[in-house]
Design a binder for this molecule. Structure first.
Ligand code: SAM
Length: 414
């Protein structure tokens, strides 16, 4: 009972211009029902985000999400693989090095979580076919995808690799794979997990709830749940007056399950860097292409629930802490730009150019497939964060992932 009284106390409302509840979309209705079902007539922010993104007609569940794409077509946001094929080439090369070090097992599984348009998978597999055909033969690729719409886009995109890939429909948080010998990868996945949002109100830590008053959306600050307080404490989050911080409880659960699902190999996670001052994780931003820039991102989620993407920065320190507790070793931590350098981004470029010239696999790529331009186009993502963790691999494995060009490497090893 005491816990319940604590929870229902409203400390303050957050300041927002009036944003009316239109009651016109299925997502809006689902949120409305969820609020009315509760004694407190409010839902934690994570529930709002969950229904908006993953409810029956939510942004991801409905397949409404538009990632990357040709200029002139509707797109909500872009990602590294959509910008350049060299992102996937560098990762593929790193994985092939790991495979070498693991003694070239007959089966090396790559599990990609949240694969968007399937572009990263396409680039990883294309690079392997062209440059490391021996590695390609052992590769077995699984995509775990929550969006039925995007899974269809992926299947179309990856037709030439049918037979190499299997799809598992479901949430990466539940980690519906096990005994992985190889690698578990994700790019811009964890930022989409529903988060709680916290701040400090007059000296007290407070958690965001969403309610409806006079037919407008309102955000209320209430006392946090025990789980949220425990997370803040465990990960030393700085919760400041006037600043909103994300508490990603699912990220921790996800990391534990990934650590468990990996039998031997690597977990590579790339996502938004914490842009705030140290210790604070930028809470929430929304995107829906040009419209969000015009209207101011944050309000979009209330104007168009279910129509926009909602993301938060990722607390990489927390992921690292959990994985280390689970016995994994940090092989690389730092910016995406540094990771790609480390994986020999420019060597990959030379390899692919050489393959094109000598009439190899990449020569067959239509020119617009070179899209997705040269390695320098990845600069806009260079301050994203990357975390590479290894399990059951000794330190020499790390060196194997950093490869020179194929021809140089062969000379070096001989
Ligand atoms: C921002 S997009 C990134 C797509 C891709 N990784 C890329 O870099 O282009 C997020 C992707 O994760 C998927 N997704 C979001 N939440 C998920 C979850 N809980 N489990 C599995 N997939 C999820 C989305 O459907 C989408 O494919």
């Amino acid at each position: 009972m005491a816990g319940r009284e604590r929870k229902s106390r409203v400390l303050a409302n957050s300041e927002m211009p009036p944003m009316p509840v239109h009651g016109t979309t299925r997502t809006e209705l689902a949120i409305f029902r969820e609020i009315m079902r509760r004694d407190d007539r409010c839902i934690p922010y994570s529930k709002f985000m969950e229904i908006s993104l993953y409810g029956a007609d939510g942004y991801y569940a409905s397949g409404r999400a538009r990632i990357g794409g040709e200029s002139g077509t509707r797109r909500d946001f872009s990602t590294s693989p959509e910008v350049s094929m060299y992102f996937g080439a560098a990762i593929s090369s790193g994985l092939s090095g790991l495979w070498d070090h693991m003694g070239r097992p007959g089966r090396f599984s790559v599990v990609e979580l949240g694969a968007g348009n399937g572009t990263l998978a396409l680039d990883i597999l294309s690079y392997a076919t062209a440059i490391r055909p021996d590695f390609f033969k052992s590769l077995d690729y699984t995509i775990v995808e929550i969006s039925g719409g995007l899974a269809t886009v992926q299947e179309e995109r990856l037709q030439e690799f049918r037979g190499k890939i299997r799809w598992v429909s479901g949430s990466a948080v539940k980690m519906p794979v096990s005994n992985v010998c190889g690698a578990i990868l994700s790019n811009e996945l964890i930022d989409a997990f529903p988060v709680e949002v916290v701040t400090t109100v007059k000296g007290e830590t407070a958690q965001k709830y969403v309610a409806i008053e006079d037919n407008n959306w309102v955000e209320q600050w209430r006392l946090p749940t025990q789980a949220v307080l425990k997370h803040i404490d465990r990960h030393n989050l700085e919760v400041k007056e006037g600043k909103e911080t994300a508490v990603n409880l699912l990220a921790e659960r996800f990391q534990r399950r990934a650590d468990d699902a990996l039998e031997r190999g690597a977990i590579l996670t790339i996502d938004y860097k914490d842009l705030g001052e140290s210790g604070s994780i930028t809470a929430v931003r929304c995107s829906m292409g040009v419209a969000s820039r015009r209207m101011g991102g944050y309000a979009m989620q209330y104007w168009f629930p279910g129509e926009v993407d909602i993301t938060s920065d990722v607390d990489f320190e927390a992921l690292k802490r959990v994985a280390t507790e689970d016995g994994l070793k940090v092989a690389f931590t730092g910016s995406q730009g540094r990771l790609l350098d480390w994986l020999g981004l420019y060597d990959r470029h030379l390899e692919i150019m050489h393959d094109r010239k000598s009439g190899g696999y990449f020569a067959d790529f239509a020119l617009n497939e070179m899209r997705r331009y040269g390695p320098t186009s990845l600069e806009e993502f260079s301050d994203y964060n990357a975390l590479l963790m290894l399990k059951g691999i000794d330190d020499a494995g790390i060196e194997y992932m950093r490869r020179l060009r194929q021809d140089l490497r062969t000379e070096r090893r001989d």
